[in-house]
Design a protein around this ligand. Structure first.
Ligand code: ACO
Length: 331
């Protein structure tokens, strides 16, 4: 059987942030911290907190509907769901299965979760991209959805709790056969890369989990190592992608780095030589929403009219593992 050569394009982007906003000043009433410390060290002004009756799949549902609304696809055309999360609704089944049901997809389609912490969305994108390139499916919903506030954050630990929030973001991806693409060229994903170095496992982790303890556990982090490695690994991902596609940093129209900390994003842009005005930053509005930051930031950029047809968009993320990666998208 001849497998047709495929291109994959992003045909919809959406996001969702829960209504409840927790500002730095509000946090400082119950914690030994201040708005100034958090803003100066991280750029974060506030984070959004899921309502008691909102679960990970609810946030994902809102973001998915927003992405579908922006695309030319209907929910019935989704052939697979890949959902990145560190905070699944239940330990099993996959939150993607719950999302499938909530979206009203009654056809049997493959739906699975991906766990690569803050790099989860890039890993999910990589997985979906490969499915589409192989021609196994036509349209994939890729989602990042997180509720860090509910159990994995220790709200007494000022060195970590101020950094995170809740939210979701989604892409709709579709494949186009090369013949159709050459007759009617459009934007497409040029390349995706992912990688992991497990020797950093203990630098950023949750000290609990079903396979090792009787509780969910709390987030533990060596902040300075995460800071240093985050800049290096995100910048190196983009450099590698540019180099293997014969592109240069000057060709990047928009850099969408993982939104963990403004100082990390500044460091990545500086290392790459990308001008500040080309970097999308939404971290001040929602803090680190882990696997959801990249689609949420790109969704914001689209809504603000920052993205034009033909633009080269570079995305990159790093998280626990350490796991990291990136993608180049021609819009
Ligand atoms: N409010 C006030 N003081 C604080 C707070 C807080 N919220 N948190 C820590 N401090 C104190 C510390 O106790 C320390 O006090 P001391 O000097 O009396 O011991 C002081 O501030 C300085 O602490 P440092 O850790 O040296 O502060 P630093 O400038 O390195 O910033 C930070 C800390 C923001 C955590 C930084 O290391 C960082 O951003 N690391 C990356 C973390 C990150 O983004 N993680 C997200 C997950 S991973 C990812 O998404 C890539």
């Amino acid at each position: 059987m001849r497998v047709p050569k495929m291109r994959v394009r992003v045909c919809g982007v959406g996001s969702y942030l829960p209504k409840r906003v927790l500002t730095n000043t509000e946090l400082s009433r119950s914690l030994d911290t201040s708005d100034e410390w958090i803003r100066v060290r991280t750029g974060i002004r506030q984070r959004h907190i899921a309502a008691d009756d909102e679960c990970t799949s609810d946030l994902a549902l809102h973001a998915s509907r927003a992405a579908l609304g922006q695309s030319s696809r209907s929910v019935d055309e989704i052939d697979a769901i890949v959902l990145a999360t560190t905070t699944p609704e239940n330990t099993f089944p996959a939150t993607a299965a719950r999302l499938q049901h909530k979206l009203g997809i009654s056809r049997s389609i493959p739906c699975h979760d991906v766990q690569a912490v803050c790099a989860g969305f890039v890993f999910a994108l990589h997985s979906a991209w490969n499915m589409l390139l192989l021609g196994q499916v036509r349209c994939v919903l890729v989602v990042g959805s997180e509720i860090y506030s509910r159990s994995i954050i220790d709200w007494q630990d000022r060195s970590t709790c101020v950094l995170f929030g809740d939210g979701a973001g989604a892409f709709i991806l579709e494949s186009i056969e090369e013949d159709a693409f050459s007759k009617n060229p459009c934007g497409y994903i040029l390349d995706v890369m992912t990688s992991t170095d497990g020797s950093f496992y203990d630098m950023l982790y949750i000290d609990g989990g079903a396979g090792s303890s009787t509780n969910v556990g709390h987030l533990k982090m060596n902040g300075s190592v995460v800071f240093r490695e985050g800049i290096a690994k995100m910048a190196n991902s983009v450099t590698e992608l540019l180099s293997r596609n014969n592109l240069r940093a000057e060709d990047i129209s928009l850099l969408v780095p993982h939104q963990a900390n403004q100082r990390i994003m500044d460091g990545v842009a500086r290392k790459l030589g990308v001008l500040q005005e080309r970097v999308v930053s939404t971290v001040g509005e929602h803090g680190n929403i882990s696997a959801a930051t990249i689609p949420a930031a790109l969704s914001h950029a689209c809504a603000e009219g920052m993205v034009k047809r033909g633009d080269l968009i570079a995305i990159t993320a790093m998280g626990g593992g350490f796991s990291w990666g990136g993608a180049l998208i021609r819009w």
